[in-house]
Design a protein around this ligand. Structure first.
Ligand code: ADP
Ligand code: MG
Length: 257
């Protein structure tokens, strides 16, 4: 690693990805600084989720690289990338609906410690005092401790998303990737999630947040990259991006769809 990229935790370098004839990502270059909240915004279908999936190894780019903390991720499986310190919240919550909240939060802690997730680990779950205590603490942190023995499937949509966030936080990631963490939430739930993310921000964890809701973006982001039709069309501080005519145009286009 050279001195100049000392503070760059994540570097997406010249990434291309096509699905059949559709170019989902073209020439995407993104540098995420340590400790910052970097938002990626853009209209529906812009390629935001694809970009996030490239960062976590779920989608392999056709060209280009992703470098995390000095590691080129091209040959890493998703669970290896997770073990290197990258956790993510997807656009649709991926939880274990039949298990308790406590078990849901303990599982990723085991996955981080033991590598590829094994269901057999469940047998030993209750015996792991340290991880159990950590899971209880994490549930307290997100305000779901009282419901720790309930089945995760019984939670409201907003609470499911917060549970998924807890499943990331227990892994103490160096980099947290969030794909529309407030999608489908009512305003009250959105505000609760913003407050939660602000508290986490204060802890200095680096975050990439994909978000459609401008209220969320401008409440949280240190830097914004705007993606439209698979390309970064603007980048900068929130106030710079807000007034950029290209950005307004990209969103206007969406309104007419
Ligand atoms: P966003 O998250 O910004 O709404 P996506 O990254 O989900 O956008 O999608 C970008 C484009 O790629 C869209 O046109 C979408 O239909 C297409 N796309 C995404 N994933 C796939 C896939 N697995 N197969 C084919 N097309 C896909
Ligand atoms: Mg998406």
């Amino acid at each position: 690693m050279t001195t100049s990229d000392k503070n760059i935790v994540l570097h997406v370098a010249d990434v291309h990805k096509s699905f059949g004839g559709l170019r989902a990502l073209s020439d995407v270059d993104l540098q995420v600084e340590e400790g910052k909240v970097h938002a990626i915004i853009g209209p529906n279908g812009a390629g935001k989720s694809t970009l996030l999936n490239v960062c976590i190894g779920r989608i392999k780019p056709d060209r280009g690289h992703v470098v995390f903390n000095g590691n080129t991720l091209d040959r890493h499986a998703p669970h290896e990338i997770n073990q290197l310190g990258v956790s993510r919240v997807f656009q649709t919550p991926e939880i274990f609906p039949d298990l308790s909240l406590l078990d849901n939060v303990m599982i990723p802690a085991f996955a981080k410690r033991d590598g590829a997730f094994r269901f057999n680990a469940m047998r030993g779950l209750s015996g792991e005092k340290d991880i159990r205590e950590e899971a209880e603490f994490t549930l307290q942190d997100i305000g779901l401790f009282e419901r720790r023995f309930d089945e995760a499937g019984s939670l409201s949509r907003g609470d499911k998303r917060r549970l998924e966030l807890a499943m990331c936080l227990i892994q103490k990631p160096k980099l947290l990737l969030l794909d529309e963490p407030t999608a489908g939430m009512a305003r009250h739930d959105t505000n609760m999630t913003i407050e939660l993310l602000k508290r986490i921000k204060a802890r200095g964890m680096t975050k990439v947040i994909i978000e459609h809701d401008m209220h969320v973006v401008f409440s949280l982001a240190d830097k914004i990259s705007v993606l439209a039709q698979g390309r970064i069309i603007a980048e900068g501080l929130p106030e710079e991006v807000r007034g950029n005519p290209k950005v307004k145009e990209a969103y206007l286009g969406e309104a007419h769809e």
